[in-house]
Design a protein. Sequence first.
Length: 253
Amino acid sequence: VAVEKSITEVGQELTELVEHLVDIVRSLQNQRPLSESGPDNELSILGKELPEAPSSSSCPLPDQSHPALKRASQFAQWAIHPTFNLKSLSCSLEVSTDSRTVTVSHRPQPYRWSCERFSTSQVLCSQALFSGKHYWEVDTRNCSHWAVGVASWEMSRDQVLGRTMDSCCVEWKGTNQLSAWHMVKETVLGSDRPGVVGIWLNLEEGKLAFYSVDNQEKLLYECTISAASPLHPAFWLYGLYPGNYLIIKQVKV
């Protein structure tokens, strides 16, 4: 009887031990990464199959490792890729070999004198826009003081962008102020700095608009424009911190 009692007690203890082990395994299974769950990892002990944990396919997690990709601009079909005109380039600026990056020079450049060259740190692009619709983008993130916009080729070379009747721009002062200059008048737009500026010139309707296009398009400023002569993309890098630069971006199509 003693032997039978001992065997019974041992059996009960084994049963309790197995149940305890099952509880442990279930707890561990609930803590497993989702990527390890699935039919191939079903566990069973002594014929007691454990419930299958939710698979990664049935409970997808958001992928936060990559930011949302920027969608193509609504103006992408009218995108142009202007290039800087060296004849207009200020002696305080340098241009890259592909003519799409303009940089504040560490020392004045010995460019040949020309009445077409700006005395201030400005440059125009070669493309003359006299009709149709046009769009381009400028990366301003590596320049502390800048203005981007349009101007006629006849703009006075000792004047600055936006302060003439034949030029218009948006301007970041480097003091937490974004402004628009049109018809020699300043409009303060706010204190948010756009990293990439999209410029939309619709000469068919006589409209010029500036957008912030870092992640999504946000209208910064829009005005009517009537050009007596063709307009050129125009740039001003002021503050003259050596190494500051602006880039004419490749527009995503």
